[in-house]
Ligand binder design. Structure first.
Ligand code: LMR
Length: 399
């Protein structure tokens, strides 16, 4: 049978990083993969993480429990909902540590496939992070798109989004980006979230929040959790939150994440957790320890938490500054268009609205790497390269 195995195309984002690494040009700029870079273009270890590393020295290499570190899971729930939340006080969350955001989504996908049935469709935004489709199709679901982006106005296509969600069969599963929508950087306003929440409630949809960028919009986890809290507190909905600490703690390679399934009662949560444990055991047995220990050390210390909040602001402020500087430079070089959409976008990414050919020209002629849909990781910009990038964008769009 091996002779029948087809060749699967490499993942476009990881392939782009590999291509960038192979490029020998001194001018090259990596705006591809969503990974924070400091003002010198270097990976950044958060100060709070450096403190946590010292604190967990000597913690050894024993197995974690199947569901991961309990203090980490509980810390994640409190981070999402706050200590005084009825969800926390009534223990209405079944949780499991996971292999970052992807592992978290995958665990929820197999949980739903086994216990909710793949006859339910999964709706993901158009566009979305390319792994969403792969994860849910891989678990056996029929995956459909709901409208999200109006490419004509470079804005949220809210009317169409509402119409599409209203057309979903009752009980469908809907994937939402908690904040910092990847790839567009466009999030619903609070008023729009309220309308989405009403549809989710009325149609008994099962919401899954992909929460990979908490803290990247506003620099504050509390503010960026707004939609999650609204759905689960104010509307009292059940659903899932898939958390990743890759970006907001910079723990990319440590694979730190957490699944939170919000239920109606403590008993439901206990049962859900028993199933997560059963599924996790046959997938990865038990999750990796190091990154979760770091995150737990941060959650458990007031001092480290304070530093983490400062670190989040450091990252989100630098990204915002670069976002503005890019647009200033595009305008300075008279790049056709207003580029106001880039200023209005949130989070780690900018969605430029270039054609695939323009993106290719930037890569081949100017050594500037970005996703084919013209999503840029703003953190790849710095004082030294932003003008070069703006000049090159101007040159390809003026052709
Ligand atoms: C991205 O979208 O660039 C990141 O989330 C990295 C990834 O895994 O795709």
């Amino acid at each position: 049978f091996l002779s029948q195995i087809p060749y699967a195309q490499p993942d476009p984002i990881f392939e782009l990083t590999a291509e960038y690494n192979r490029d020998g040009s001194t001018k090259k700029v990596n705006l591809g993969q969503g990974a924070y870079r400091d003002e010198n273009g270097m990976p950044w270890v958060l100060k709070s993480v450096i403190q946590a590393k010292r604190a967990i020295e000597g913690s050894g290499h024993e197995y974690l429990p199947i569901l991961g570190l309990e203090d980490f899971r509980k810390g994640c729930t409190k981070l999402l909902f706050g200590e005084e939340s009825p969800i926390v006080l009534e223990n209405r969350v079944g949780s499991s540590q996971s292999i970052s955001g992807t592992g978290s989504l995958h665990l929820v996908a197999i949980f739903l496939a086994n216990y909710y049935s793949t006859t339910h469709k999964v709706f993901i935004p158009d566009p979305t992070w390319n792994n969403h489709r792969a994860i849910f199709e891989g678990a056996g679901f029929d995956v459909q798109l709901y409208s999200y982006f109006d490419s004509h106005h470079m804005a949220l296509y809210f009317e169409r989004l509402q119409e599409d969600l209203l057309r979903c069969p009752e009980g469908s599963i809907v994937v939402l980006h908690a904040c910092a929508h990847n790839p567009t950087g466009i999030d619903p306003s609070f008023e729009q979230w309220k309308k989405i929440g009403k549809i989710v409630k009325d149609k008994h949809l099962f919401p899954i929040f992909d929460a990979a960028y908490l803290g990247f919009n506003s620099g504050s986890i509390d503010t960026d959790c707004w939609a999650i809290r609204y759905f689960f507190h104010d509307l009292n909905l059940t659903g899932a939150v898939c958390m990743s600490f890759s970006k907001n703690m910079g723990l990319y390679g440590e694979r730190v994440g957490c699944v939170q399934i919000i239920t109606n009662t403590f008993d439901e949560a206990k049962n859900v957790e028993s199933i997560l444990s059963k599924l996790q055991r046959s997938e990865v047995s038990n999750p990796p320890a190091y990154g979760a220990r770091l995150a737990t050390a941060i959650f458990s210390s007031k001092e480290y938490m304070q530093q983490w909040k400062i670190d989040l602001r450091t990252m989100s402020c630098r990204i915002n500054t670069m976002r503005k500087l890019l647009v200033d430079n595009l305008r300075k070089h008279n790049a056709p268009g207003s580029w106001v959409h880039v200023i209005d976008q949130n989070g780690m990414f900018g969605f430029l609205g270039l054609t695939e050919t323009e993106v290719k020209d930037l890569r081949l002629d100017h050594h500037i790497y970005m996703a084919a849909n013209s999503r840029i990781s703003i953190a790849g910009l710095n004082e030294a390269n932003v003008e070069y990038v703006a000049q090159c964008i101007t040159s390809v769009v003026s052709k």
